[in-house]
Ligand binder design. Structure first.
Ligand SMILES: *Cc1c(COP(=O)(O)O)cnc(C)c1O
Length: 366
């Protein structure tokens, strides 16, 4: 059987170092907001290429805190608009509505799955305050045109980098390309913890300070509360584990790219659309998305051949029950992607036999 993602196998690669790191924390008697967080934050900021990194409880909170910090800074007010791709994972959108801001859903491009940059400008109004781009599936959504639009209209550029740790745009990492970025360390992400975790990266010192304060009850100083914050901190154990895995992230990304390169070269099927990738640096293959009009049949066929697949994602945000006001919206590209997308197994621990198996199975789909 080829698993969609062998987390046990991924952990086993670094088991000794991880066990040592966990033992260091358990023996230290210090479990929150200590040296492990400090070290990981410093290493991750260096890796991404930003001045600041703040560890938080999860990726959703990372995005929530960025927007909330802009509200606290007086840059945005509830009711203001944030432009966001319509086909993203729901967390990007939840972070906007959680802050009383209004998401403006923008269609992606069918072949790249990334926000269609030609559609952004027509959605900008006086209430638009930010553009949140999402490096969906691990592919860079940034472009110089997007940056120029944000500058021209005074929009903050926020990156949802939950799926793209280590992705590179012309020598710079995603997560350092905009004004602030949210990262997730959910176990299945390319850089995954042993539970929930997240981070905000930014060069903006004021934003960094506010995010850190918000995620610690809004407290600047013990028992003194500046904001109505929440408890949203990264555990020491998670920081210690992440610091080990960060050292191997580039190596793991390279292995992911090798699997993807074989799929791209060897999968040949008239009914299957492979991802279109123009620049090797700009995709870290968190997900390998293919599209097929007969997606359900393909998924069942692969399952019968022992190959696990997932769908990212079966229902677009605007069709979800939690957003009834959008249920009648028509976003045909987004809807097509959600109808046709299927994610093939891909991880840094796949064997070449497993890759062979996936390719042979997909190619023999009838
Ligand atoms: C995983 C994910 C998030 C949320 O991260 P969590 O750590 O699960 O809260 C946000 N955006 C995208 C695109 C994601 O894939």
């Amino acid at each position: 059987m080829v698993k969609y993602l062998d987390l046990q196998g991924i952990t086993a690669k670094y088991a000794d170092e991880i066990h040592q790191a966990v033992a260091r924390v358990t023996d230290s008697g210090w479990y929150l907001q200590g040296e492990e967080n400090k070290r990981f934050e410093q290493h991750y900021a260096e890796y991404i290429g930003t001045r600041h990194c703040i560890g938080v409880a999860n990726g959703l909170d990372a995005l929530i805190w960025i927007l909330r910090a802009y509200i606290e800074m007086g840059f945005m007010h509830p009711g203001d608009e944030v432009l966001v791709p319509a086909n993203t994972y729901i967390a990007s959108i939840l972070a906007i509505t959680e802050n009383g801001l209004k998401p403006v859903l923008i269609e992606p491009r069918l072949l790249s799955y990334q926000i269609d940059e030609d559609l952004i400008e027509q959605h900008i109004t006086e209430r638009s305050k930010a553009l949140m781009i999402v490096h969906l599936y691990g592919q860079c959504a940034f472009s110089d045109k997007i940056k120029a639009l944000c500058l021209r209209y005074g929009l903050k550029l926020i990156e949802d980098n939950a799926q793209a740790h280590g992705c590179v745009y012309r020598g710079r990492k995603t997560g350092s390309l905009g004004d602030a970025a949210g990262h997730s360390f959910y176990p299945g992400k390319n850089l995954g913890a042993f539970g929930d975790g997240g981070a905000v990266t930014t060069d903006d010192e004021e934003l960094a300070t506010i995010v850190r304060t918000l995620a610690n009850y809004g407290s600047e100083k013990k028992y003194v509360f500046r904001y109505t914050g929440r408890n949203s901190r990264l555990d020491e154990i998670q920081a210690a584990v992440l610091d080990v895995k960060l050292r191997y992230l580039d190596q793991d990304i390279e292995l992911r790219k090798q699997v993807a390169a074989r799929y791209l070269q060897e999968i040949r099927h008239s009914e299957i659309q492979l991802p279109v990738v123009t620049d090797r640096d700009q995709h870290v293959y968190h997900i390998f998305p293919i599209r097929c009009k007969r997606r359900e049949a393909l998924q069942l066929f692969l399952e019968s051949r022992g190959i696990q697949t997932l769908i990212h994602y079966p229902i677009p945000p605007h069709k979800q029950a939690c957003y009834p006001e959008w249920n009648n919206l028509s976003l045909p590209v987004t809807e097509q992607i959600h109808r046709e997308e299927l994610s093939l197994p891909l991880s840094p621990v796949m064997t070449s036999e497993e890759i062979d198996e996936v390719i042979a199975a997909v190619n023999s789909f009838k």
